[in-house]
Design a protein around this ligand. Sequence first.
Ligand SMILES: O=c1nc[nH]c2c1ncn2[C@H]1C[C@H](O)[C@@H](COP(=O)(O)OP(=O)(O)OP(=O)(O)O)O1
Ligand SMILES: [Mg+2]
Length: 202
Amino acid sequence: MTSDRHWVLASNNAGKIAEFNRLLQPWGIEVSAQKDLGVDSPEETATTFVENALIKARHAARISGLPALADDSGLAVDALGGAPGVYSARYAGEPADDDANNRKLLDALANVPDAKRTARFHCVLVLMRSAEDPIPMICHGQWPGRIARETTGGGGFGYDPLFLVPEDGCTAAELPAQRKAQVSHRGRAMAELRERLGDSVA
Ligand SMILES: O=c1nc[nH]c2c1ncn2[C@H]1C[C@H](O)[C@@H](COP(=O)(O)OP(=O)(O)OP(=O)(O)O)O1
Ligand SMILES: [Mg+2]
């Protein structure tokens, strides 16, 4: 099915790219970040993770001529009715700024007690074999946790310093990269993709 051994990774987020390089390492597929192939970032105009991931994958596949893997992801906070959700990257405005986003989230939850600070990360992956692929492969992973009262840890990216992982008793920014790759929304979505690709990857 996906016999092509060179994919474009339809993301400009260095944190995501590092995680994908780790996750894809055993797959026997060469992956190039889109900017290394001269692919810019399209506007994310949709209101769902699925549609934004389709936009990113189709754009990268069209320009590069390679199969494209895109990730649209974000943090859904229960006390905020699922916000920032699809708008996670732009929560505090554009251009995207992780520190400003984290500060805005802490402010928004200032009066929310610990028991109500539940949240989850979502990751939707789209794999398109070509820009005209009529059946893109769509996978979804979730990662439940809670929002801390202050940032802790220097690893990861985005909202990781505020995302408490219940099983580990620390924030996602304190987890070893290997552990985050196993348990995160992205790791889970990638496990689904791997399963569905079956024998077509190494
Ligand atoms: O594991 C994660 N750990 C912490 N934060 C995360 C994670 N996964 C997504 N996030 C946050 C970052 C960003 O605020 C938004 C994704 O937005 P999203 O548009 O999908 O990515 P992006 O604009 O950073 O890069 P790109 O679109 O080029 O892939 O959710
Ligand atoms: Mg984006």
